[in-house]
Design a protein around this ligand. Structure first.
Ligand code: ZN
Ligand code: ZN
Length: 212
């Protein structure tokens, strides 16, 4: 029997704050396992919707902070720990990597992850960063779900598989422009004229001296 004390003492600057104080800062992603117990085969369904934490994103797309994340998970006590499996749905917001149009989408993911008991064979035979652990009587779903979500996000999301991107000439969306959209090279004489007008300094001089 291992004493189920979460080893997280030290470090807290305010010194002797009880663990409850930190826990009540609202980590609803932590699941209480006392009801599930440790008897292999015991099972618990979890159906909840939680606001997304920050950081569930990659450069161009992600789950907006606070957006509703729906969890439908099954927690199953097995010999080595707790097996978590099920579905996660979360709204996505981002922009198209080709044309920069806003994208809205819904992410639906299947997850499956073993949280090993401390002292279990799985824990002892795995590298520290390869195994998730049951933390005393709890397990924290957030890091596992964040990893699953972030890994599934596209690095180059598109508004449409066929998105043609932006016109190199004018920067507008090609899909919004007629199919024959091109930029004619203008007659060099007109170009020179246009340039002169563009750079002529409006009404030069006169007004400066004209004080009453
Ligand atoms: Zn696009
Ligand atoms: Zn153009």
């Amino acid at each position: 029997m291992s004493a189920a004390v979460p080893h997280r003492s030290g470090a807290a600057p305010a010194g002797s704050r009880p663990a409850e104080a930190r826990r009540s800062s609202g980590n609803s992603w932590r699941v209480d396992l006392r009801e599930l117990g440790r008897r292999a085969g015991s099972m618990h369904e979890l159906d909840r919707t939680l606001p997304a934490p920050e950081g569930w994103k990659v450069e161009l797309i992600g789950v907006p902070e606070g957006a509703p994340v729906r969890l439908r998970l099954r927690l199953e006590a097995v010999m080595e720990g707790v097996l978590v499996s099920g579905e996660v749905d979360a709204p996505l917001v981002g922009s198209c990597a080709r044309c920069l149009e806003p994208i809205e989408d819904t992410l639906s993911l299947d997850v499956q992850e073993l949280y090993a008991y401390e002292g279990s064979t799985t824990e002892e035979t795995s590298d520290e960063d390869e195994v998730r652990l049951v933390d005393g009587e709890h397990l924290d779903l957030e890091p596992m779900l964040r990893d699953a979500v972030v890994l599934s996000l596209p690095l180059a999301p598109v508004c449409d598989e066929d998105c043609s991107g932006l016109c190199a000439g004018c920067g507008r969306r090609l899909d919004d422009l007629p199919a024959d959209h091109t930029h004619e090279l203008s007659d060099p004489r007109w170009a020179a004229l246009a340039e002169r007008f563009a750079s002529s300094p409006g009404t030069p001089g006169e007004r400066n001296q004209e004080e009453n």
